[in-house]
Design a protein around this ligand. Structure first.
Ligand SMILES: [Zn+2]
Length: 253
């Protein structure tokens, strides 16, 4: 039997065997999105937690899958009927207005918060996969937020006029890149650059460092990545799912 552990201590709850078990493969990205990387040191309880809806709160993995799945759906070359195939648990597509709306059963601020927690979840599992260092207490804020819904770390969204065009292969089997440069920047500026499926988010990881150096870093990132075509490019604080550019409007005339 495969046991999915490296340090043997759950990166989320900090528990070890026999109190918890590590028998279920923890997918770093939701399987339904095509993610095939398997993480380590996520106990079965915590693994289950991220894939389950809490009371009044949408499933964190599913929110992530639905949002990036929508990006993927609407960025494909569509014919005039393909929108009819769009289906989502949390969103409706209004063809006449060409916009996405959250279904009335769900609340935008809660979906937004669950999505932010999902970004931290994916980041943290992948970070541990690469470094084996996620048990470090310096990540308590990440644990508190993603796993226990405590706190409100800052997330930024890059609204660019250049699409970092992921290939079809990357769209079908996506993964989150974590390079030494990205880790160095995170340690130095307190913020993690989340490049995924052609979108860029920035996650505050170390608030003390971010407060001092974070905005400078974002400014430098803006100079490096943002392409000025229409003058609307910017990096801004992400506070609402509806700020996301699902339809790639920025690439149209
Ligand atoms: Zn756990």
């Amino acid at each position: 039997m495969i046991i999915y552990k490296k340090t043997g201590k759950c990166i989320w709850c900090g528990k070890t065997e026999p109190e918890v078990s590590f028998k279920t493969a923890p997918h770093i990205l939701p399987r339904k999105l095509g993610g095939c990387e398997i993480g380590l040191d996520v106990c079965d309880d915590c693994n289950h937690f991220f894939g389950t809806a809490e009371k009044n709160k949408p499933n964190i993995d599913l929110v992530f899958k639905e949002i990036f799945g929508s990006f993927r759906f609407f960025s494909d070359n569509l014919n005039e009927h393909s929108y009819e195939k769009y289906s989502s648990v949390y969103f409706n597509y209004l063809h006449s207005k060409q916009c996405i709306k959250i279904k009335s059963l769900f609340c935008s601020s809660i979906i937004t918060r669950q999505f932010k927690r999902a970004l931290y979840n994916v980041f943290f599992q992948k970070y541990h996969f690469v470094t084996g260092n996620a048990n470090n207490p310096m990540f308590d804020m990440v644990r508190d937020f993603a796993r226990y819904n405590i706190g409100s770390p800052l997330v930024f969204y890059s609204f660019n006029n250049l699409k970092l065009t992921p290939g079809q292969e990357e769209m079908n089997n996506p993964h989150l890149p974590i390079t030494n440069e990205i880790i160095d920047d995170m340690m130095k500026y307190g913020v993690f650059a989340f490049f995924f499926m052609g979108e860029i988010f920035y996650l505050e990881i170390f608030p003390d460092v971010f407060q001092i150096k974070g905005m400078d870093f974002l400014q430098k990132q803006a100079q490096r990545f943002l392409v000025s075509v229409k003058g609307n490019e910017r990096i801004f604080e992400f506070t609402d799912v509806m700020q996301l550019d699902f339809f790639m409007m920025r690439f149209r005339d």
